[in-house]
Design a binder for this molecule. Structure first.
Ligand code: C6P
Length: 409
């Protein structure tokens, strides 16, 4: 069920940034796949921490430190419950990029050998390509790439060719940021596990749009960031199966991740502290906990239904534009519309839409190999969030038509 008009209005009222004009027009914020806006309760929560109980955690012998520690660890519990994971398997990181780098530099460092294979897919974000290339180069491992169909879906017709006894890691996104495809992750999870490989799932675009159940999905690692799910920037989660995390070496060394330090050697802390060296992003963690409470109360599955409703309206409305081409035509999509229009450069469309107060993203979306597959430099992308409306979609369609007219002369 999508939102009623009243529910949507009350949702929008929670997001202060939406209520402004940009370039003399009401802001239409359609760049949610890059980062979403933040509800007042998340802003207040961060503000409250800094103005009322700012302290370091797990260290001080005073009341403010105890309050900060309690709020920090309460967030970890809320997030663990949200993705159906044990508390100690939730590791705070800076974001998806750091989550993937952590796995590459720990599990990858400890387990990869020369000739081992890492399978990625054609639709990965650079954050799920470059860390693997770096560790592969150091260890002599080989990167393989699962192809996709022209509609932007995994091509699993020859899976045996890509996943075999040499495969050690299968890394992929659950939802594509550039195409919107919601991937059938069980296909790669099952195939990876059948040969003893681990799965590393990039959940950057999954967390704001899907009900996540890492236990049922049986993924080995799952990482997502706060800022695309109504939370702060600079904070994210790396979930890992407990036995994997326990057997991995730590990544960064420093305070908090140790049990005992001696110049003769150091022993490491238990999970979840083993991978959290140094003073963490305390305000970010507390803010992310509040964002997850917001998502739970709003109901992520209703948000997803609402976004797909807007997606279909946008797709339908744009079809009448001559030369309009969608990139990502899977029938199972999140609210992401990537497109090009004959004779109009994506960047020019983005600039003209901005002049009308409509925020979109143009370019390769940090997916250059995907753009090369389609033979394009980039696309124009609109991406929806809980607070977007049908009226905004209409404004976008009309704005796009005007922009095309201007560019075609
Ligand atoms: N995509 C987009 O506009 P970080 O930067 O670590 O928070 O997230 C990286 C990342 C990884 N995987 C996927 C699927 C992503 O979408 C992103 C971030 C933004 O599409 C910024 S490039």
């Amino acid at each position: 069920m999508t939102f009623t008009r009243q529910e949507l209005q009350s949702l929008r009222n929670q997001f202060p940034v939406l209520h402004q004009q940009v370039n003399g027009r009401d802001l239409v914020y359609f760049d949610n796949a890059a980062t979403s806006q933040k509800p007042q309760r998340v802003i207040d929560c961060v503000n409250h921490y800094y103005s009322k109980y700012n302290s370091n955690i797990h260290r001080g012998a005073h009341s403010l430190a105890a309050k900060a520690t309690d709020a920090y660890e309460a967030s970890r519990q809320v997030i663990a419950d949200y993705i159906n994971a044990p508390y100690e398997t939730i590791n705070f990181v800076r974001g998806v990029t750091e989550g993937i780098n952590l796995v590459a530099n720990t599990w990858g460092e400890a387990n990869l050998q020369e000739g081992d294979e890492i399978l990625l897919t054609q639709m990965e974000h650079h954050a799920n390509i470059v860390p693997w290339q770096m560790i592969a180069e150091r260890k002599g491992a080989i990167i393989k790439v699962l192809p996709i169909s022209i509609d932007g879906e995994w091509d699993c017709s020859n899976l045996n060719e890509y996943i075999n006894s040499k495969t050690k890691i299968v890394a992929f996104n659950a939802v594509s940021n550039a195409l919107g495809t919601i991937n059938p992750i069980h296909l790669l999870v099952d195939a990876a596990h059948a040969v003893g490989a681990i799965t590393v799932v990039d959940g950057a675009q999954s967390a704001p749009h899907q009900t996540i159940d890492v236990d049922q999905w049986n993924v080995d690692f799952f990482t997502f960031g706060g800022h695309k799910m109504y939370g702060p920037t600079g904070i994210g989660i790396l979930y890992g199966k407990k036995e994997l995390l326990e057997n991995m070496p730590p990544w960064q060394g420093g305070g908090e991740m140790i049990r005992e330090v001696d110049f003769a050697g150091t022993t490491y802390n238990d999970l979840p502290f083993k991978f959290e060296a140094g003073t963490p992003n305390i305000a970010g963690v507390i803010g992310l906990g509040e964002a997850v409470r917001f998502l739970k109360e709003t109901d992520v599955s209703r948000i997803a239904t609402h976004e797909v409703h807007l997606l279909r309206l946008a797709e339908e409305g744009c079809q009448t534009i001559e030369g309009f081409e969608i990139y990502g035509k899977s029938t199972n999509k999140a609210g992401v519309l990537s497109f090009l229009i004959d004779g109009c450069h994506a960047y020019d469309l983005g600039v003209l839409l901005d002049k009308m107060g409509i925020a979109t993203r143009t370019g390769h979306h940090c997916c250059q190999p995907l753009m090369k597959y389609y033979g394009v430099e980039g696309t124009c992308r609109v991406s929806f969030a809980a607070y977007n409306t049908e009226e905004e979609v209409e404004a976008f369609i009309n704005g796009l038509k005007r922009a095309v007219q201007m560019l075609r002369g």
